[in-house]
Design a binder for this molecule. Structure first.
Ligand SMILES: Cc1cc2nc3c(=O)[nH]c(=O)nc-3n(C[C@H](O)[C@H](O)[C@H](O)COP(=O)(O)OP(=O)(O)OC[C@H]3O[C@@H](n4cnc5c(N)ncnc54)[C@H](O)[C@@H]3O)c2cc1C
Length: 428
């Protein structure tokens, strides 16, 4: 079986992944003399930075997803196939997918990353919740709400504690944003939804193995965020490794035990390469080793960009941070470099322009830093809102997210506390 891609007489570039890198690359090649085929296992682009708001009922999933077919309507030289890539046959320039095979002239791997559970066995990690894509965020939303429903029905106080407590592992931006959102829900929403549950007994724990939250940011911002999450009553455990979880109780390296059925793992990601490359091309963090042009080492016509790519530069000895701006900028660069390659011109090396970083903790509170300037509080929070709305793909999503936030802000509510697809008590 093949993917029935029409032959246009142009060289064919196949991009695997319609994430931040893949769509930026495609946009840049609009109307160029090259056929662009995008493959993705989902038919939508996902704006991952707002997944935690879907998981906590603040935003509907459709407002952070954008149909890739709609995106491709604007690319006359582009074509999309919903396909999961299984492996690459670089010798024959062929891609094997779950719906058939496809030949390429140029190939870009933009497959992003997956959760890294490090040394945890599948049995243990299988009991933890993750939040890397929309189905997982919806699972988390259902799981938390199903646990509250179950807590109403139990007379066993110890079981009730397990059901309502939530632990988050990982004190990076995702962990602190989630902790803030959950803290806000516990304060403003849950006691009204479940008046029979005593939410003063609900514990939200945030575990971080390092000595501060937001380890990649300035220590002053780490201290601010620590205060913000503690203001929400979140119990923060620094220098604390979670070493085990049996589905009811988690254990830390120093022997602490915490009762909780919900353990959300946000403590690591690793590259998500497709199979078919020589083992020496896979660098630390399971990322594909690329040169300064984003070309996979040892291959003339295959590139990798974004989270899945590891480009070691003096300033980035372990590769660039796995964040959206890196993927976007590498997408732009590779578009230019492929066009240059087509015309026999010299490629340009990648220079990362770091625009800074930010994180929010509940309403009115955020931290940001860029170009040596650090800021916290309300202004940083407004900047966070603005940057996230503007970065969303699609006008409708910008509008729905803005309206959703306005509603949440003025009503102190999150109306999407829906168990659409049960996760814990799956329907037959
Ligand atoms: C919860 C969370 C919060 C985040 N917050 C921020 C933030 O605040 N700021 C920031 O800059 N970054 C943030 N990030 C990181 C950011 O989302 C990533 O760095 C960015 O998405 C990487 O872009 P990418 O194009 O490399 O991959 P992705 O955007 O992950 O896209 C990869 C695409 O490849 C597809 N794919 C994967 N494997 C296959 C396959 N075998 N076949 C076909 N398709 C495949 C996937 O479906 C996906 O569409 C966050 C990430 C998460 C998970």
């Amino acid at each position: 079986m093949d993917l029935k891609i029409p032959s246009t007489g142009q060289k064919r570039l196949v991009i695997i992944g319609g994430g931040f890198g893949g769509i930026e690359l495609t946009k840049r090649l609009k109307n160029q003399d090259i056929q662009v085929v995008m493959l993705d296992k989902h038919n939508y682009h996902c704006f991952q930075p707002l997944l935690y708001q879907v998981a906590t009922g603040g935003l509907e999933p459709g407002s952070i997803a954008y149909p890739l077919r709609k995106f491709m309507q604007d690319i006359p030289n582009g074509i999309f196939r919903l396909a999961e890539v299984r492996n690459i046959d670089a010798v024959n320039q062929k891609i094997h997918t779950d719906i058939g095979d496809l030949n390429y002239d140029y190939l870009v791997i933009a497959t992003g990353s997956t959760t890294n559970f490090f040394k945890f066995s599948k049995e243990v990690s299988g009991k933890m919740m993750q939040m890397k894509d929309i189905p997982q965020a919806l699972n988390l939303r259902s799981f938390i709400l199903e646990n509250f429903e179950e807590a109403l029905l139990t007379y066993d106080e110890s079981k009730k504690e397990e059901l309502i407590n939530i632990s988050i592992v990982g004190g990076g931006p995702t962990g602190v944003e989630l902790a803030g959102a959950l803290g806000e829900m516990r304060k403003n929403i849950l006691p009204k939804d479940y008046p029979e549950i005593d939410f003063t007994k609900m514990q939200i724990h945030l575990f971080e193995s390092g000595d501060r939250l937001l380890g990649a940011m300035h220590p002053e911002n780490s201290a601010k965020v620590l205060k913000y999450v503690k203001d929400f009553g979140v119990e923060v455990w620094l220098n604390t490794m979670v070493t085990d979880f049996d589905g009811d109780v988690l254990t830390t390296a120093d022997g602490k035990k915490v009762k909780c059925e919900t353990l959300i793992w946000t403590a690591g990601v690793k590259g998500n390469p497709v199979e078919g490359f020589a083992p020496e091309t896979i660098a630390g963090g399971n990322r594909i080793s690329v040169d300064e042009y984003c070309k996979i080492k040892g291959y003339e016509n295959i590139y990798a960009i974004g989270d899945v790519a590891s480009m070691v530069q003096e300033k980035y000895p372990k590769g660039h941070p796995m964040v959206a701006p890196v993927a976007i900028q590498q997408g732009e660069l590779v578009a230019d470099n492929i066009l240059a390659q087509l015309k026999g011109k010299a490629p340009k090396p990648f220079v990362y322009f770091d625009k800074g970083s930010m994180a929010t903790v509940g309403r009115n509170k955020a931290v940001m830093e860029a170009k040596g300037i650090k800021m916290g509080g309300f202004i940083a929070w407004l900047a966070w809102l603005f940057v996230h709305v503007m970065s969303l793909v699609g006008f409708r999503n910008k509008i729905t997210v803005t309206l959703g936030w306005l509603y949440n802000y003025f009503t102190y509510d999150r109306t999407l506390r829906l168990i659409i697809r049960p996760f814990k008590h799956k329907e037959e």
